[in-house]
Design a protein. Sequence first.
Length: 131
Amino acid sequence: SNMENFIQFILDLVSDEFYQYLSPVPVKYYFLNGGCLELAKVLKHYYPEGDYVINDRKDHIAFLYQKQVYDANGIAEESKWEIVHHLSELEDYYGNKEIYFEHLLPHQAILKEIDEIDANIVKKMQKKINK
């Protein structure tokens, strides 16, 4: 699905651009353990109609979009989720305060990086058009 492809794109981007901030922890492991909210925030930015969800054990946050739940695995493995209505209640617990990518929270760094990629693609297209 598009969402699974986008999640894989984010994992690859983090592997390429920010690996030194996580090493030796694998990128996917980070987003499944500790960084789950950071990934969900990136997805929410691009798919604002989706919802944050939390699992039964209250130890993992994922993203609900068009009746499917997603996390760093793509489609999330667990089946029971509830929608999180007040993210602020979770941020103290799930907001990972120890890990920063270039002095930014991971989701902020990822959004900035994607914006820069987008800008470069647009610039390349403009150059082709203007030739």
